[in-house]
Write a new protein. Structure first.
Length: 85
């Protein structure tokens, strides 16, 4: 299992467009990508649940990636977050 933490820098937080792009990215891997904020966790492939977390600018979220291609998935998701959020 790979884990990393990311603090949201985008002024709008995780809103519809980047959330949709993140879901599409996560679905491209066999591994399960889980996003945790506080005591809430969601699968990164579930757009509505991800949007319902209300992740805002300045929030720190935790990612865990588990599966056969977890190394590549974790790198891709972390690069996406850095480039877009």
């Amino acid at each position: 299992m790979k884990k990393f933490t990311y603090t949201i820098k985008d002024a709008s937080g995780i809103h519809a467009r980047p959330a949709g792009q993140l879901v599409k990215l996560a679905k491209g891997f066999e591994s399960t990508v889980t996003i945790t904020k506080g005591d809430k966790s969601v699968n990164a492939c579930q757009l509505m649940k991800l949007m319902s977390m209300g992740i805002k600018c300045g929030d720190t979220i935790n990612f865990s990636v588990e599966g056969s291609d977890e190394e590549a998935a974790a790198i891709a998701v972390e690069e996406f977050m850095t480039a877009n959020l």
